[in-house]
Write a protein that binds this ligand. Structure first.
Ligand SMILES: [Zn+2]
Ligand SMILES: [Zn+2]
Length: 350
């Protein structure tokens, strides 16, 4: 599973000035299968988008609305553009004299969704676009520099996938959350990746090799994964470490049984298990641990044997780690931790 761009989006991204006039082509005749949509009934521009089957989607939009959402469109719809394109006015009956702007490189489904969001056409906005469509939306939003206008809607779209029945292509969703700058979704998705990750984190190509990812996500994941692993290790080793600081003979035989139980479940040595199992499986196995009552030794000042509750300790540790959901903070990732120092992170740190 990689973060490859969909085929149609792999071409180099045009800069604003490149978009101004040189992409324009004469308006082609209507073809069978072409679709006409409306984001603004009084819009002055018709965007011409291509679908994978080579049919086209025309969507009537407002150049003013597009310009407010995107500085790239603002540059594109400058006065020079309108003067230069006067010969491209639509002659079709539904064109109504609007400017026709061909955008052959942009995915039609994703572009139409974006247009409907920024024109407040909530009745036309898809509830749960496909993951490929969300990736295309991220590519287009980055290309036209309009992620801010779409952040709230993207958060909602990502939630529809995060809350969906599993399994989900988490790494693709993480890419969308990163590009669209949705901090809450990024944290939740990165936690799903961490808790279901088997062994060490991923090869670089999967989380660090994409052209739109400008930070070393792989390194961030590795640090967080080792922090969580260390927490699990400390909790499971806790009774053994505490025993070494006491002289309790009764307690030592209980700890011996505890080690045997760990060994019998294939959980010893745990460092090795953490390299080969995901957290969900490790917790599931640890939760099969029997309740182990310990006798109490004769020393009134012995705190070791009185406090032994192996099963309870493991359960508390599992609950704490799972409830904390320590995914990555997108603001910390993008500012190399500065936002946390300045208390400017959009997610709450534990
Ligand atoms: Zn004792
Ligand atoms: Zn942060």
């Amino acid at each position: 599973m990689t973060l490859d761009a969909p085929e149609e989006q792999k071409q180099e991204q045009p800069q604003p000035q490149q978009l101004q006039l040189q992409d324009q082509k004469p308006h082609k005749e209507e073809m069978k299968g072409d679709v006409a949509k409306t984001a603004d009934p009084n819009g002055d521009v018709i965007l011409e988008l291509s679908r994978p089957d080579e049919t086209r989607v025309h969507i009537r939009v407002s150049s003013k609305v597009l310009s407010m959402a995107s500085p790239v469109f603002a540059a594109m719809f400058g006065s020079e553009f309108k003067e230069g394109l006067s010969n491209h006015r639509s002659s079709s009956a539904d064109g109504g004299g609007a400017y026709v702007v061909p955008l052959p490189d942009d995915d039609a489904e994703a572009f139409v969704a974006i247009c409907n969001v920024i024109h407040f056409r909530s009745d036309e906005v898809p509830h749960k676009p496909s993951i490929v469509c969300l990736q295309n939306i991220a590519f287009i939003a980055d290309k036209y520099d309009c992620t801010k206008a779409l952040t709230a809607q993207t958060a909602q779209w990502l939630r529809s996938w995060i809350d969906a029945p599993r399994p989900v292509e988490w790494r693709k969703l993480l890419f969308v959350a990163y590009v669209m700058d949705t901090a809450d979704a990024f944290s939740r998705i990165s936690w799903e990746i961490l808790r279901t990750q088997i062994g060490p984190m991923l090869s670089p190509s999967e989380l660090a090799g994409h052209e739109l990812i400008h930070h070393n996500l792989l390194a961030e994941f590795r640090v967080r994964k080792s922090e969580i692993d260390m927490d699990v290790l400390k909790s499971v080793d806790g009774p053994i470490t505490r025993l070494l600081g006491s002289n309790c003979g009764i307690g030592s035989s209980s700890v011996w049984r505890y080690c045997r139980e760990l060994y019998g479940r294939g959980m010893w040595p745990l460092t090795e298990r953490l390299q080969r199992m995901d957290l969900v499986t490790i917790f599931a196995v640890l939760m099969t641990f029997p309740e182990m009552k310990s006798d109490v030794c004769g020393y009134t000042r012995c705190n070791f044997c009185r406090g032994l509750d192996f099963q309870g300790e493991l359960r508390n540790m599992r609950d704490r780690i799972m409830n904390e959901r320590r995914g990555l903070c997108l603001d910390c990732v993008k500012t190399e931790g500065k936002s946390r120092i300045e208390h400017a992170c959009r997610i709450r740190h534990q």
